[in-house]
Design a protein around this ligand. Structure first.
Ligand code: C5P
Length: 313
């Protein structure tokens, strides 16, 4: 029997997807061990990565072509051409998923550039995650982690978005237990450090500490317990980074001198360092004092996050 379809009085038009705003949180290496050197020149790592409340913000709006506009206090340190990691991420995803539309990307840059807190990788991961939604790509149809790794070693953990143990050259990402409530003071002394230069300067490879056998399996109940655990670890790139930019040593000394500090350490390949505090007030006070003493430094108090995806913009 033939069926007829009743014409709809008010056909529902498929709405044009609205622009998305996506945060790209700073990543913090709570510790970082260099465990080996591969034949291709990349170093194997063992790191505990978490995130901070401070972030760049990306806006993704449907458009026929791929374009990028960079604004914000650190826009000057960054070109908006196809060398920008954000454009590379969008272009590689578009090719991999065979997409024939574009996107007008806006990047508000609040994180210092080439600073060891994953700004470029965080931006690239945020663009990949956002464009999968905007372009309605089936996430099961491609391996975003593999694609992310071609852009930078920190992109997989930034895509993961939760506190994680990271191994390999950055691609082995394992969820870490929830971290306790804690606060950070981030300081960047206004010098850039190239990651390859720091790794190149690296002389000693610490094989023993990379076993991962003493990863904690239960959440530390307090910030002080987290700090106690972290004191048994280190950032193996610190001395090499200080060799290239001695001011990093001054930043660490200044953080150590602040009241209520639980731990002071460099993140990634530097130059940004973080202080860990139990209370928001302690972090705010330290940030106020240190930025008064060093107005030329970028100093921010911000919460430590176990889950960067809780950030709203
Ligand atoms: O991938 P990403 O851009 O973060 O790395 C920049 C450079 O840092 C690499 O080309 C490599 O020289 C060095 N690197 C390394 N081992 C890693 C990550 C980065 O040697 N695990």
């Amino acid at each position: 029997m033939a069926t007829t379809t009743k014409p709809q009085k008010n056909p529902v038009m498929k709405a044009e997807p609205a622009a998305l705003r996506v945060p790209a949180a700073a990543k913090i290496n709570l510790y970082l061990h260099v465990t080996g050197l591969r034949d291709d020149g990349y170093h194997t790592l063992e790191s505990l990565v978490a995130f901070a409340g401070i972030h760049d913000t990306l806006t993704l709006a449907p458009a026929p072509d791929l374009t990028l506009t960079v604004t914000g206090p650190f826009a000057d340190g960054l070109g908006a051409d196809e060398d920008n990691l954000v454009m590379m991420a969008a272009d590689r995803l578009r090719r991999a998923a065979d997409i024939d539309v574009g996107c007008a990307i806006g990047l508000e840059k609040y994180l210092p550039v080439a600073a060891g807190i994953g700004g470029g990788s965080a931006d690239a991961a945020a663009v990949l995650g956002g464009l999968v939604r905007l372009w309605e790509i089936n996430p099961a149809a491609l391996d975003l982690n593999d694609l992310g790794l071609t852009l930078g070693a920190d992109v997989p953990v930034c895509l993961f978005g939760e506190a994680a143990y990271v191994g390999g050259i950055g691609e082995k990402v394992t969820r870490a237990p929830m971290l306790p409530a804690a606060w950070l003071v981030l300081i960047n002394p206004g010098v850039t450090l190239s990651t390859p230069a720091v790794f190149k300067a690296r002389q000693k490879i610490n094989q023993e500490r990379g076993s991962g056998t003493d990863r904690f399996e239960e959440s530390p109940a307090t910030a002080a317990m987290l700090a106690e655990y972290l004191h048994t670890r280190n950032n193996d790139l610190t001395d090499d980074a200080i060799g290239l930019q001695p001011v990093i040593g001054d930043v660490l000394d200044s953080l150590h001198g602040s009241e209520e500090i639980l731990l002071a350490r460099m993140s990634g390949s530097g130059a940004t360092c973080f202080g860990l505090y139990a209370e928001a007030d302690g972090a705010a006070l330290a940030a106020a004092e240190l930025s008064q003493r060093h107005p030329e430094w970028w100093v921010r108090a911000t919460p430590l996050l176990s889950d960067a995806r809780t950030l709203a913009v």
